[in-house]
Design a protein around this ligand. Sequence first.
Ligand SMILES: NC(=O)C1=CN([C@@H]2O[C@H](COP(=O)(O)OP(=O)(O)OC[C@H]3O[C@@H](n4cnc5c(N)ncnc54)[C@H](OP(=O)(O)O)[C@@H]3O)[C@@H](O)[C@H]2O)C=CC1
Ligand SMILES: O=C(O)[C@@H]1CCC=N1
Length: 264
Amino acid sequence: MSRLAVIGAGAMGEALIAGWLASGIPSSDVVIVDAHEPRVREIEERHGVTGVSLDEAAQADTVVLAVKPHQVDGILRAAADSLGESSLVVSIAAGVTLAQLQGAAPGRAVVRVMPNTPALVGKGMAGIVRGERATDEHVARVRGLMGAVGKAVVIDEGHLDALTALSGSGPAYVFYVAEAMIEGGVHQGLTRAEATELVTQTLVGSAAMLAETGKSATQLREMVTSPAGTTAAALRALDDHGVRAAFLDAIEACRNRGLEMGKG
Ligand SMILES: NC(=O)C1=CN([C@@H]2O[C@H](COP(=O)(O)OP(=O)(O)OC[C@H]3O[C@@H](n4cnc5c(N)ncnc54)[C@H](OP(=O)(O)O)[C@@H]3O)[C@@H](O)[C@H]2O)C=CC1
Ligand SMILES: O=C(O)[C@@H]1CCC=N1
């Protein structure tokens, strides 16, 4: 296995590291860089990977940029001279375009990836965008890495902000719904622990039905909704509160924010 560097060991960087190690990538093949020394020590202790300098990380075969979007340009410029001849730069930063990445690392092979935090448990969903200097081998390498922690699709850059609005940010919407459902259960007299168990297993079971039955979300919702029954009463309340429209607006706002971030 070739050497893998993760620059920025925050929430998403750590989720990827944990997922990759669980998939069988040896910890000795993974190096990290983070601005905070205590964070480096924490990740080293938790995962057995090694903290190194930016220059050393830049020499890895695959260099994953997992810092905040506004930090990408400066860090990539600082690392550019140390990148190995055949190093592949993979940016997971929302909104940072291939053109911007290529401008910071001229002549280098660059790929954009939009992962999501379920990579931590091997259930991630990632979008991959190929830069003009990336070869078939580079794309296959990134597919392999992202496939090791979930599913991966190759898409056009023009669709990456829309993908971000569904799968990149999507886990937050699901957790938001989970929080609200748990709160609803507590309001009805259940303990928080009871409500959490009921909601968690309901989400797990519902996601498995979507993934495994081949039925659409609409068909699966209809299976639950008995005529004039309890579910219909609940869905009526959701419609009265405009929840469906709120999701449409949320997804549009997310995509627009990605586009805005890409303009610098
Ligand atoms: N969180 C998510 O679900 C997803 C995030 N992403 C993308 O991943 C990237 C990281 O997001 P997230 O993990 O949430 O953010 P975090 O802030 O949790 O992680 C970024 C980490 O990089 C560190 N860092 C900052 N500057 C440097 C530097 N010069 N060298 C090394 N490390 C540095 C940060 O330190 P400090 O706090 O001091 O800045 C922080 O620890 C973003 O670009 C985001 O768009 C993509 C998909 C999903
Ligand atoms: O909130 C963000 O900007 C990042 C990108 C996708 C998920 N989290």
